[in-house]
Design a protein around this ligand. Structure first.
Ligand code: N01
Length: 495
């Protein structure tokens, strides 16, 4: 192990490392494009499904959209003049990723139907096993496996006894027609709110089972006119300008302030949400049922142009009594009432600490990543785990989350990773992983900073770990950008 005084500046390539990317979602496609552009010619993307797209392939529920403006939720190098709305629907985003993968020629690099079972670091290389029995080797692994991909359905008594179709929001069944059905939705996260908004006036009866109310920020969703799209086509710099404006606003007025619970901007956001509730919901009883008792943005903020309108639709009903159990005919609440339903949708979130799991990953000491993460996943700078050399995570544990473009996050993380890859390619070293000391210090500072964030201000959410502490990047997004632009090599063990 050498002292870490080396520069990440790329020299002429003296090696041609092989890179395995796991996952062909947004960050896997990004990795493939960037690797190709940098002249890496030995890489492959393994994808367990038979189609790329990750989140946008998996989530096809009614009303799905991205609540980050589309011109910001786009690759910086592949802006899209065709976005139809400020917040474009999921299917359009899926098509965008398919088109980009094809345009950049990386679709040919994706091997579908290949679920990586294990990655073991032995004799300076990663040994990879796929579930179909095939094997591979690589110098680098890029784990682009996504964040929220294992659905969580609570074990309600009688859960499996429901007589009609019942499915999780991320397992939407397109064969079930809802037009003449009494539909029940459990949960009030972003998925449920989008579904309610889309379905309230399309079904004869919609029942929303709310355990915790949500703050809802108004978010207009105007379509882009044909003239605007033509202007974007003819003037790509106009798209860059609009992207930069969204990025700056979301950074300054949101991402940067979430990490300081005392920020005046958070008070403004809260007041805006209160005004939205007061001005939008006319029935005082319903209004109070929808009023959270925690601060706005403590949970991931809901952005919606029409949720309040939808929940006040004559066909919609809000149920706040707790769920006692599920019966063949519907959902029984603790007040003894049976809410009769034909279709039941669990918008109950995800197992949020899975990341690369259940894949078996074994580092250079033979230790399983699962064992390292037994108290919860973490990664130095959200990228690297000690003793797992040349294994890098995108959108992994401790990444920035929360109403922001995860594409921007992944692009910056990849630029960071690329600087490490270049050190190996140029022959400066054979491998790197964060040092144990750097990891400990990162975790100590991260946990300290997490206490000051709005996510720690008194609500429950998927942002919290088993000890109730937020796991996301707890510093400003500007600090994230700065850290990602220039790896602190002194924090790495360099082999
Ligand atoms: O899941 P969630 P989601 N009994 O975990 C409730 C991203 N996303 O799929 O609040 C009753 O937020 C639970 O109640 P409570 C985004 O990052 C993005 O909606 O814990 N209810 C909660 O209401 C988002 O944050 C977009 O009391 C139970 C809900 O289920 C993330 O995905 C769109 C329960 C789960 O909410 C997850 O969102 C959609 C129980 N036993 C999603 N257990 C964009 O637009 C759970 N709940 C980019």
């Amino acid at each position: 192990m050498a002292p870490a005084s080396k520069s990440p500046a790329p020299n002429a390539p003296s090696r041609n490392p092989r890179v395995v990317v796991i996952g062909a979602g947004m960050s896997g496609i990004l990795s493939a494009i960037k690797l190709q552009q940098a002249g890496f010619d030995q890489f492959v993307v393994y994808e367990k499904a038979n189609r790329l797209g990750g989140t946008w392939r998996e989530n096809t529920y009614a009303g799905i959209a991205c609540d980050v403006p589309s011109h910001f939720y786009s690759y910086s190098f592949a802006l899209n003049p065709e976005w139809t709305q400020r917040f474009s629907p999921g299917q359009e985003i899926q098509s965008y990723f398919e088109e980009i993968a094809q345009r950049f020629g990386v679709d040919a690099r994706i091997e579908y139907g290949k679920q990586v079972k294990s990655c073991v670091f032995r004799e300076d290389r990663w040994r990879i096993e796929i579930d179909d029995g095939s094997k591979d080797e690589a110098d680098f692994i890029i784990a682009a496996t996504g964040v929220l991909h294992h659905p969580s359905i609570p074990d309600f008594p009688g859960r499996d006894s429901f007589a009609g179709p019942a499915f999780h929001s991320a397992r939407w069944d397109p064969n079930v027609s809802l037009a003449d059905k009494r539909v029940g939705i459990i949960g009030t996260g972003s998925s449920a709110i989008q579904m309610v908004s889309a379905l309230a006036d399309k079904v004869p009866a919609l029942t929303l089972f709310q355990r915790t109310p949500q703050w809802v920020a108004p978010a207009e969703n105007p379509p882009y006119t044909e003239e605007e799209k033509a202007h974007f086509r003819a003037n790509p710099e106009a798209m860059e300008t609009i992207r930069e404006e969204f990025a700056r606003t979301m950074t300054d007025a949101f991402a940067n302030v979430l990490v300081d619970a005392d920020s005046p901007m958070l008070k403004l956001i809260h007041d805006n949400c209160v005004a939205n509730l007061e001005n939008s919901v006319t029935d005082p009883e319903l209004r109070e049922k929808l009023r959270p008792d925690y601060r706005a943005a403590c949970k991931r903020l809901i952005m919606s142009p029409n949720f309040y309108e939808a929940i006040q639709h004559p066909n919609a009903q809000l149920v706040t009594e707790g769920i006692e159990g599920i019966e063949p005919g519907g959902v029984q609440t603790i007040d003894g009432r049976l809410h009769e339903l034909d279709v039941l949708i669990f918008a109950t979130g995800f197992q949020v600490d899975s990341f690369v799991r259940p894949m078996e990953v074994r580092g250079r000491t033979g230790t399983l990543l699962d064992a390292v993460w037994k108290d919860g996943p973490s990664a130095y700078m959200a990228i690297s785990v000690p003793d797992f050399p040349n294994f890098f995570l995108l959108n992994g544990p401790n990444s920035p989350v929360g109403n922001f473009s995860l594409i921007d996050v992944a692009e910056r993380q990849f630029d960071y990773v690329m600087q490490l890859l270049e050190m190996v390619r140029s022959g400066q070293c054979t491998g790197l992983s964060a040092s144990g000391q750097a990891m400990d210090e990162f975790d100590r500072l991260r946990k300290k900073a997490a206490r000051n964030t709005i996510w720690n201000s008194g609500c429950k959410s998927w942002y919290l770990d088993g000890d109730g502490l937020p796991t996301a990047w707890p510093w400003t997004y500007d600090k994230f950008r700065e850290e990602m632009s220039n790896p602190r090599l002194e924090d790495y063990e360099i082999h």
